[in-house]
Design a protein around this ligand. Structure first.
Ligand code: UD1
Ligand code: UDP
Length: 372
């Protein structure tokens, strides 16, 4: 029986890899072990609970305001002992966090093959997003299986010299997750508070946006919300204390913006599905909102999600206060421009990515996912 060790540490990795763990556990030819680094603690536990996944190993590395050195060195060393104990045939990792990179490096040092889920996303700007672009490029150097979510991600990997046989276009596993989370009859007290107003959904956490850029982003949002009483905003805030300080300062006294604690993935997907517009610097939310026809203003200078840009549902607005203010205002005041952006499309998957990945790992035939 093949031994597969799945390693992850943060909320977005968990949301996108737990559905895969559940699928892999159905396969009788595989023995599945789950190791969480707990680079995130509470935000990770929320997802584990939602999907009912209990880790076999919990490295519990999170520290308050942790540095990249803290995460990388702790994961590298702690994962090593799990690799020595389990002796897996394959380690599965996801995306581009420091957990992902350090786990891949640990596997390389132990000469254990790596399968990379959500492989091939690129901006080709090593500092944006930071440190994620470096992390994912580095993982691609050593990964044996590359599960590319889209044909574009496959093209990136081919251009970088990865062999075609190592790349599998599967769709993004987050679309698999959405199949289980979104409900027509969903209710929540915060949505009752919004009532028939337009729901503006906000998230922010990127390391390169901490400090001045985040002040600019939040000031722009506040000005627009103050001028548009037909809107109410909900902002489930990240647990990073640096983010929280800026947000509570810039949104103080603003009645139409509710800052709430992180919500679980079921709530989050249903909130997104009910939104009029989303402003975010998140990666995953750029993939989820297009599925619901919800336009996204991406508060970053770069994106690796070109599929959404090309489909017209995402717009890069950077972190300049005036530019965010103008673009956000324009979309609220101009129905035609809004309607153009709110075409529901799903360039990221058909909800069967986990099945494809499990088939590939078992050595079965698979049919690559094609967007349309
Ligand atoms: C990390 C990832 C980023 C990913 C993001 C998803 C890296 C370097 N960054 O960034 O790629 O997009 O997760 O959210 O891998 N905290 C808690 N409890 C939690 C989670 C975080 O208190 O459950 C606080 C801690 O003080 C922690 C800080 O947030 O030190 C930052 O967490 P960290 O994982 O370093 O960075 P993120 O910005 O969350
Ligand atoms: N999310 C969540 N609760 C929240 C905010 C976000 O479950 O309060 C989910 C969201 O639906 C998406 C993922 O977390 O699937 C995105 O995580 P994040 O923005 O932290 O990281 P990124 O995707 O930027 O790496």
């Amino acid at each position: 029986m093949k031994k597969i060790l799945v390693v992850f540490g943060t909320r977005p990795e968990a949301i996108k890899i737990c559905p895969l763990v559940l699928e892999l556990r159905k396969r009788s030819s595989l023995k599945i072990y789950v190791c969480v680094t707990a680079q995130h603690r509470q935000m990770l536990d929320q997802v584990l609970e939602s999907f009912g996944v209990e880790p076999d190993y919990d490295l519990n590395i999170m520290k308050d305001s942790q540095s990249l050195f803290d995460i990388t060195s702790n994961v590298l060393n702690e994962v090593r002992s799990v690799l020595n104990t389990v002796e897996p045939d394959l380690v599965l990792i996801h995306g581009d966090t420091s957990t992902t990179f350090a786990t891949a490096l640990s596997c390389f040092y132990c000469k254990i093959p790596v399968g990379h889920v959500e492989a091939g996303l690129r901006t080709y700007n090593i500092y944006s997003p930071y440190p994620e672009e470096f992390n994912r490029e580095a993982v691609s150097l050593l990964s044996k299986y590359n599960f590319a979510p889209t044909p574009l991600a496959k093209e990136n990997l081919l251009r970088e010299g990865k062999s075609a046989e190592s790349i599998f276009v599967t769709g993004n596993t987050v679309i698999d997750a959405i199949k289980y989370t979104v409900r027509d009859d969903y209710r929540h007290p915060e949505l009752d508070w919004v009532g028939d107003k337009k729901l503006i959904f906000i998230t922010a956490h990127r390391r390169e946006n901490l400090g001045e850029p985040m002040h600019h982003m939040f000031r722009a949002i506040r000005r627009v919300i103050d001028e548009h009483p037909e809107c109410k905003a909900i902002y489930p805030i990240h647990l990073n204390p640096i983010v929280r300080e800026v947000a509570y300062f810039e949104f103080r006294g603003c009645e139409n913006i509710h800052i709430i604690e992180p919500i679980d993935v079921f709530d989050c997907h249903n909130f997104e599905a009910r939104s009029y517009l989303c402003l975010t610097d998140s990666g995953g939310i750029q993939e989820e909102c297009p599925s619901f026809g919800v336009p996204v203003l991406v508060m970053r200078d770069t994106t690796e999600r070109y599929e959404g840009l090309n489909a017209g549902t995402l717009k890069l607005v950077g972190t300049n206060e005036e530019y965010i203010y103008k673009t956000f205002n324009f979309l609220l005041d101009n129905k035609e421009a809004y309607d153009k952006m709110s075409q529901a499309c799903n360039p990221y998957g058909d909800g069967n990515a986990c099945e494809r990945i499990a088939d590939i790992i078992e050595g079965k035939e698979y049919t690559p996912w094609k967007p349309w």
